[in-house]
Ligand binder design. Structure first.
Ligand SMILES: NC(=O)c1ccc[n+]([C@@H]2O[C@H](COP(=O)([O-])OP(=O)(O)OC[C@H]3O[C@@H](n4cnc5c(N)ncnc54)[C@H](OP(=O)(O)O)[C@@H]3O)[C@@H](O)[C@H]2O)c1
Length: 338
């Protein structure tokens, strides 16, 4: 089987998806519509079938609309004929707080209903394959949050559900609630995770949640799938690995400030050193290795990636050909602080 056609099962669902999920956060913003269509076509040509969007994507632009979903919806309509033979697995997210009031969760059943109906209409779908809650509302009991989502499943508007930016204790609470109610509940967690250790307090948004010891232990114990975002840390290691002799962008001053703030630390210096050594030995690149690291986890892990160019997209296929041993994976994670 060509590597691009590989599939990963998401436990607890009937979904079988490409090992990478294509992120669409910049569609309509840093990635204009024509390039978005081209990236989607290329992703599908290599066997890609799993796409992540959100009702909030693009709402930060002056029009305040869900531009990301609108572009994906136009793509699905434009490619209807070929998608009939090889459908995409569409994931979107609702329950994001209003961008002007990030501290106030939007988790009332009416908020969830409004976001879901808007996403269905914009995407032109009768049903969402995988529906994520974009944030948690930690003061609400998990069973109260699951109830309306279960109703959406009964109505056939959503096939499977998951949570994004939830802490381990809350994921565990939701799993208990689902078991008691006899429903599938959350089938995956979408939190931030890459090989690049994250500096504490680096995120300007305190409602975002990253992989940590407790979450990792929960995935390990339960086999719950991780579908992490920012899985390449915005290309942090690839940017640091640039060679000043051949690449003018190798100037350390060219590293985006937010990536420096998030990831510059001695642990990542050591990881970069190890990545460069391994890349030389295996004749590959640090970005492919950092993706292979996530694919080598002992529980299902489907990284959400944000390639911006055809060359970056092509790297995904190359990363699939790299199979890290447990020893190499653990050497890369040494000193783990996520
Ligand atoms: N649930 C949530 O709260 C949440 C939050 C954030 C994102 N997401 C989802 O996750 C998706 C991906 O997030 P992300 O954009 O942060 O992911 P990412 O893949 O970590 O970062 C994307 C950036 O990495 C660089 N890059 C990509 N492929 C590369 C390659 N092969 N070699 C070197 N550099 C490469 C590019 O930087 P340059 O542009 O500088 O080349 C690109 O803009 C989003 O689109 C969205 O769907 C979800």
């Amino acid at each position: 089987m060509p590597t691009g056609r590989r599939r990963t099962a998401i436990p607890g669902t009937d979904l079988s998806v490409h090992p990478f999920c294509l992120g669409t956060g910049p569609f309509g913003d840093a990635i204009p519509e024509e390039r978005a269509f081209d990236l989607l076509d290329r992703f599908r040509a290599t066997g890609g079938n799993f796409v992540d969007t959100a009702n909030v994507y693009g709402r930060w632009l002056p029009a305040g609309e869900n531009v990301g979903e609108a572009i994906l919806g136009r793509y699905l309509r434009a490619r209807r004929a070929s998608l009939g033979e090889d459908p995409l697995v569409i994931a979107t997210k609702g329950a994001h707080p209003a961008l002007s009031d990030m501290g106030r969760p939007r988790m009332r059943p009416a908020d969830l209903r409004q976001d879901l109906e808007d996403s269905l209409r914009t995407l032109g779908l009768e049903r969402i394959d995988f529906y994520w809650l974009h944030r948690d509302a930690p003061s609400l009991p998990a069973d109260a949050i699951l109830e309306p989502l279960e109703r959406f499943r009964e109505e056939g508007k959503v096939r499977w559900i998951g949570c994004s930016n939830w802490r381990a204790s809350r994921v565990a609470e939701a799993r208990d609630a689902a078991r008691k109610a006899g429903v599938p509940g959350f089938c995956a967690v979408q939190d931030r995770w890459s090989l690049a250790a994250l500096n504490p307090g680096a995120s300007p948004d305190p409602t975002l949640v990253a992989m940590d010891d407790d979450l990792y232990a929960l995935h390990l114990e339960t086999g719950l799938a991780a579908i992490p975002y920012s899985a390449q840390a915005g290309g942090y290691f690839a940017k640091r690995a640039r060679d000043p002799a051949t690449d003018p962008a190798a100037d350390p001053a060219a590293m985006p400030r937010h990536l420096q703030a998030a990831h510059d630390n001695p642990l990542n210096d050591r990881r970069l050193h190890r990545l460069l050594e391994m890349a030389r030995t295996l004749d590959t690149t640090v970005s492919r290795l950092s993706l292979a690291f996530l694919l080598a986890q002992p529980f299902p892990t489907i990284p959400i990636v944000g390639p911006r160019t055809p060359a970056q997209l092509a790297d995904l296929d190359a990363a699939l050909d790299l199979v890290l041993s447990d020893g190499d994976r653990d050497r890369l994670a040494a000193g783990r602080r996520f």
